[in-house]
Write a protein that binds this ligand. Structure first.
Ligand SMILES: Nc1ncnc2c1ncn2[C@@H]1O[C@H](COP(=O)(O)OP(=O)(O)OP(=O)(O)O)[C@@H](O)[C@H]1O
Ligand SMILES: [Mg+2]
Length: 296
């Protein structure tokens, strides 16, 4: 069922692969530019939480970037700012030279929690972006049905989110984001709710979509293996406040299948990313331990 996920789609998107090596036209073009991003939240007790501190990142058109970092380092905050749902305290994020201050029509987001409209059916959840764009009802429902079928959810069009499993809800969330036909797809731990086998199938399917349509994807995950499997570059963030610690290139050819997990180069990069992340994860672990101690 999942093997057909989105693969039959063909709608005129041009393949815009950004090269991972130096040179080439796309290396000179930036699709997303984050400059000096700092985000300070006001906590409920009035104290300030510095979620992000001076983060700079350029992402090329058609690039697949994965972001890893310990819990609470600001990954979701960063994605929300790229989606125009949060504003930086300092700094700017631009999509193709337009500074983002509200949701951008070329950007779609798959949230950490599926965030479907509970009162809408699967069909209407998936069709929501085309409705907002003014696409006629018949056309948008036909398009939504096609995408639902490709997501392996045929027969569930008239169900509500509460009638679906966690994995199915997440598929609806991904289908909804892709139905919007965005240039930039932001994905916040989209596969976290899936069982291990389905997660692997979704990873392969996402790469198929990526190879076919060449969208720019920014993907947050806690899995180093998932990050290296999917990405052109893996960004490791520091534990609080969130900064970019290191960026790893993944010069593994595409198309990729799960077979590359056994390749030496894959395993080397995964180890390097994990070594870098481990230090930050330890700091997060200690911080949580200290806080738990204070709760006694
Ligand atoms: N609305 C808010 N008000 C106050 N603090 C917030 C708010 N949103 C996020 N934070 C804080 O900002 C920091 C970063 O949060 P964020 O959700 O971006 O982390 P994350 O890296 O996505 O974590 P996780 O991996 O657990 O999803 C955390 O310390 C969090 O408590
Ligand atoms: Mg998060």
């Amino acid at each position: 069922m999942l093997t057909t996920f989105f693969e039959s789609r063909s709608n005129g998107y041009s393949k815009q692969r950004a090269p991972t090596e130096n040179g080439g036209l796309h290396a000179l073009v930036t699709q997303i530019r984050a400059v000096g991003i700092t985000k300070i939240f006001q906590a409920v007790d009035g104290s300030e939480v510095v979620a992000l501190d001076g983060l700079d990142l350029d992402i090329r058109p058609g690039e697949f970037v994965c972001v890893v970092g310990p819990s609470g380092c600001g990954k979701s905050t960063f994605l929300s700012m790229m989606a125009g749902l949060e504003t930086p305290t300092e700094g700017t994020i631009a999509i193709k030279d337009t500074v983002i201050s509200s949701p951008h029509p070329d950007v779609a987001m798959v949230f950490q929690e599926h965030s479907l409209f509970p009162w809408k059916t699967v069909l209407h959840n998936v069709a929501v972006a085309q409705k907002a764009r003014g696409m006629p009802r018949k056309q948008r429902e036909q398009r939504a049905r096609e995408i639902i079928a490709m997501a392996g959810l045929s027969g569930f069009e008239d169900k509500h989110p509460c009638e679906l499993s966690g994995g199915m809800r997440q598929r609806v969330g991904i289908a909804r984001a892709l139905a919007a036909e965005p240039e930039v797809l932001l994905m916040d731990e989209p596969f976290g709710a899936l069982d291990a086998q389905t997660r692997k199938l979704f990873q392969e399917e996402l790469l198929r979509i990526y190879d076919q349509f060449g969208k720019t994807i920014v993907f947050v995950t806690h899995s180093v293996e998932e990050a290296v499997f999917l990405a052109d570059r893996v960004v490791v963030m520091t534990f609080r406040p969130g900064r970019i610690k290191k960026v790893f290139d993944v010069p593994i050819e595409r198309p990729r299948t799960l077979d590359i997990l056994n390749d030496e180069i894959f395993q080397e990069i995964r180890t390097e990313v994990w070594e870098s992340l481990k230090e930050e994860a330890s700091l997060a672990f200690e911080a949580l331990g200290n806080r738990a101690g204070r709760c006694k």
